[in-house]
Design a protein around this ligand. Structure first.
Ligand code: NDP
Ligand code: OXD
Length: 320
């Protein structure tokens, strides 16, 4: 029996990606908006939609939609639709995506710890230059803001390297070897001991613009670099780029790594491009692997059709 169609709003081209979904859900037909808009009758059959930045108001036009899947771990791109139907939203939580984020975070932390950008610039001019101090990992504390799936995995990736670690979340958490802080009350203590701040926060009204001058000034200045490092792969809306640029110029930040930006793509004229101690990546810290996403959607659709509870549901009131 042919099962209900799945609507994909994925700007992926290439047969391999389509094949990933066909393999994971062989009995379900697919309509990918990238191939053109299905007819009104076809849209009326759709029960599941897998989306990334859907056009506002579009999901509300699907009369028989039952579950919305986010192509990514973040769901701000779905929740900002004012006409979003009141349906379950499942976000993407997956070992492949998590592993990629851990790699990116560990890479960025080590790039700053080991002065890699400076060595790159010396190499370009054939210059043999040692740089001091050469602190070891145990002389710094990495503070992870957003201590959920990705934040906790990043901590587990950094722990064996010897860093001191702390995490900050909304609700109370505990992890062996990590100082855990939560809520507004825990924020100042968390910041005061953090030499390298890693933000993996979702974008919500509460996290809008949280990475600003006021917060940067509260970070530790007692570490080996005398000023903190800021790393953000959560969402660009959580950072105030004019503040970050001013703090870099004033020496209030030792280094910065950003994968997400207030405006994406980052405009060519942004001063952020030109700092030697700013590392920029184009929102690719943890891309969603098509095969892993298809498997995840298949698992959840099969659970749903078997009458089991969906996993990784978004809490709309919290915004993530
Ligand atoms: P989770 O929901 O698992 O974790 C979010 C964490 O943030 C939780 O610990 C949560 O606290 C905490 N948090 C949320 N709001 C607040 C707040 N107001 N104050 C304090 N803590 C808060 O999400 P993931 O770890 O899976 O993903 C995090 C984000 O990473 C995504 O929302 C997305 O924006 C971003 N992302 C970026 C990617 C990239 O390539 N750059 C790829 C994938 C994700 P609590 O535990 O108490 O709920
Ligand atoms: C995500 C992202 O949310 O890639 O998964 O940004």
């Amino acid at each position: 029996m042919t099962k209900s169609p799945i609507l994909l709003n994925i700007k992926w081209d290439g047969l391999a990606k389509k094949a990933a979904f066909e393999k994971a859900l062989p009995d379900h037909p697919f309509y990918n908006l990238a191939d053109g808009m299905p007819s009104t009758e076809e849209l009326a059959e759709v029960k599941y939609a897998v989306v990334w930045k859907p056009e506002h108001g579009f999901l509300a036009t699907l009369p028989n939609l039952e579950v919305i899947f986010s192509l990514g771990a973040g769901v701000d791109h779905v929740l900002e639709d004012k006409q979003l139907p009141d349906l379950p939203i499942v976000r993407f939580v997956d070992a492949n995506l998590t592993g990629r984020m851990v790699e990116w975070v560990v890479l960025q932390v080590l790039m700053h710890l080991r002065h890699q950008r400076k060595y790159d610039s010396f190499q370009r001019i054939n210059q043999w230059n040692e740089i001091f101090p050469q602190p070891s990992a145990d002389q710094l504390t990495v503070g992870i803001m957003g201590f959920g799936e990705l934040g906790q995995a990043a901590a587990k990736g950094l722990l064996p390297l010897g860093f001191n670690l702390c995490g900050w979340s909304r609700s109370e958490k505990s992890m062996d070897g990590v100082g855990c802080f939560h809520g507004e009350d825990g924020l100042e203590s968390f910041l005061a001991r953090t030499d390298i701040l890693v933000s993996l926060l979702p974008y919500t009204p509460a996290t809008h613009g949280i990475l600003n001058r006021n917060l940067i000034e509260k970070l530790s200045r007692g570490g080996p670099f005398g000023a903190p490092v800021l790393i953000n792969a959560g969402r660009g809306g959580s950072q105030v780029e004019t503040d970050i640029i001013a703090c870099l110029k004033e020496g209030l930040l030792h280094g910065v790594s950003l994968d997400v930006f207030e405006t994406e793509p980052l405009p060519k004229e942004s001063p952020l491009w030109s700092f030697e101690n700013v590392i920029i990546t184009p929102h690719m810290a943890a891309v969603s692997d098509p095969a892993a996403l298809a498997e995840h959607v298949a698992t959840q659709v099969n659970r749903y059709e078997a009458g089991e509870e969906l996993e990784y549901l978004v809490d709309r009131a919290r915004g993530y």
